[in-house]
Design a protein around this ligand. Structure first.
Ligand code: PLP
Length: 381
């Protein structure tokens, strides 16, 4: 365990302490209720999160991975189908596609946003629509690090090829593009409530949001054995429920999410200003995008040296992600790259570094990061 002076890249204990009394009251309410699966707590959170996500329907489930699986299955995607996504993401995005029986096809990212390059998507669709790999059905853009993907350009390609669009919003709760929440551009938006996310449970959790009542209903059936009424399966489903305890805890934190996202933006603005005109490549801001800075990711060719220097000062950093999905043992040489090599993905993986940013990072901690990075930059020349 790091000691208390070690600055964590994200701090779950500090997040718990910030809302301690309300979280404990919510947990006790559920414990005392005698009701531990589904019910009013889950429905209340689903309604609140649908409101936050600006979508009429929200279906809670056990994780962000399951939210993707449920979204794909609700869209009737499975064996024989191809789904295009990126390799620069949590492996869960690709794993979820394979777990439905569909084939993931990976394309490169735009180096300015770190998200799907619509030009590469177009090339991939052109290649895949000639057949061979399977029926091209859907695209999953990932709003990585809290930065919205270029949805207008992605939707334009998707509509030309008749593709469904499922947005992976696991790192972008509350982000907006052109005034619209992420997760409202495609047919479905999926979320993870893994504890370190901008909205994190005290355990696992996930949800999907949609404007389509038929998709919502299918996802609701799929998450519980295909049941409409107890013990009667209308479709072949699974078990992936958000439990009332997590729903109640998430409800407490949801109230503070906009405020925490705004706070993350003030930290990012300070880093932007402190590291401007340096050798670090900083996250770009786009005038029509509201980034929620799940991560603040800088790039430098000597990333490991910077990381070591910060560690010596007891500042923790992370790399999201060190090995792109198509280079991982489980996927290498097996998952198609229909638009060619992923050179941007591979280059950025060697240079990226996530600096500490979260809703409870104090000004003093933030300035420790600023000083540590600046002194290393001065020394590195
Ligand atoms: C982009 C992305 N997609 C999907 C997931 C999967 O979420 P979970 O860990 O809740 O299954 C995550 C979280 O790790 C993620 O960051």
């Amino acid at each position: 365990m790091p000691d208390s002076s070690f600055l964590l890249p994200s701090d779950l204990k500090a997040n718990y302490e910030a809302y301690r009394d309300d979280l404990r009251a919510a947990a006790l309410r559920v414990l005392d209720s005698g009701w531990y699966i589904g019910g009013a707590e889950v429905e209340a959170f689903e309604n609140a999160f649908a409101g936050f996500a600006e979508r009429p329907h929200c279906v809670g489930c056990a994780s962000g991975t399951d939210a993707l699986i449920l979204a794909l299955k609700a869209c009737e995607i499975g064996p024989g189908d191809v789904v295009v996504t990126v390799a620069h993401t949590a492996v869960a995005t690709v794993a979820a596609i394979e777990l439905t029986g569909a084939l993931p096809a990976l394309v490169d990212i735009d180096p300015r946003r770190f998200t799907m390059d619509p030009g590469r998507l177009e090339v991939a669709c052109e290649a895949l629509s000639r057949g061979g790999a399977g029926r091209l059905r859907a695209v999953i853009p990932v709003h990585l690090y809290g930065q919205p993907a270029d949805m207008p350009a992605i939707l334009e390609v998707a509509s030309r090829y008749g593709l469904l669009v499922i947005e992976d919003c696991a790192q972008a709760h509350g982000a907006r593009l052109a005034g619209r929440r992420v997760g409202t551009w495609g047919q479905v938006g999926t979320y993870s409530f893994y504890p370190t996310k901008n909205l994190g449970a005290l355990g696992d959790g996930g949800a999907l949001v949609t404007g389509d009542p038929v998709l919502a209903e299918r996802a609701r059936l799929l998450r519980e054995y295909g049941w409409k009424e107890r013990y009667v399966s209308h479709i072949r489903g699974m078990n992936s429920r958000l439990d009332p305890l997590q729903a109640a805890l998430l409800g407490v934190k949801l109230v503070h999410l906009d405020e925490e996202n705004a706070y993350r933006r003030t930290i990012a603005a300070r880093y932007d200003e402190a590291f401007a005109d340096s050798a670090l490549l900083l996250p770009e801001s786009f005038p029509d995008a509201e980034n929620v800075y799940h991560q603040y990711v800088v790039m430098h060719p000597l990333r490991e040296a910077l990381r070591t220097a910060l560690r010596r000062r007891e500042i923790g950093t992370l790399i999201h992600y060190p090995v792109p999905v198509h280079r991982q043992p489980a996927y290498e040489d097996r998952v198609p790259l229909p638009a060619g090599p992923l050179s941007v993905t591979e280059t950025v993986c060697e240079r990226i570094l996530s600096l500490p940013i979260h809703g409870q990072l104090t000004a003093e901690q933030r300035e420790r990061v600023v000083t540590g990075v600046r002194e290393w930059l001065a020394q590195a020349g």
